[in-house]
Write a protein that binds this ligand. Sequence first.
Ligand code: HEC
Length: 107
Amino acid sequence: MMKRLVVVLSLCLAPSAFAAEDVTEVWKAKCKSCHGDDGKAKTKMGQKESIVDMSQAAWQTSVSDAEIRQVISDGSTRNTKMKAYKEKLTAAQIDSLVGYVRTLKAK
Ligand code: HEC
């Protein structure tokens, strides 16, 4: 009986721990090549396409979570190099990425 309770509890607690790990992995696998580890876009593509430095406080305040989510889901209307990810990622992954983008803000 006790054992079963422990199993149930650990199943409940596990997903949040996974999510945090998961979003970093998703960023590394799908976003880093252009936006860089730190979101500053100090990459070849970043330079070529003048991708914004997401660590800038000014940029962070200029975009809403909804706008970030939209660009990730549907791609950018200004630059087609920023592709739509709604077919490649789940809605939950996209939500986590919005949160991740917020963590890139320079402290
Ligand atoms: C092939 C290169 C490339 C990859 C990979 C890429 N992006 Fe982008 N991204 C761009 C470019 C180029 C822009 C600039 C688009 C613009 O000016 O509107 C951009 C813009 C953005 C913006 C909006 C910035 C703004 O100015 O408002 C967000 C948010 C973003 N990307 C998130 C992501 C996330 C999250 C991923 C991974 C799932 C990702 N990008 C993967 C190239 C890329």
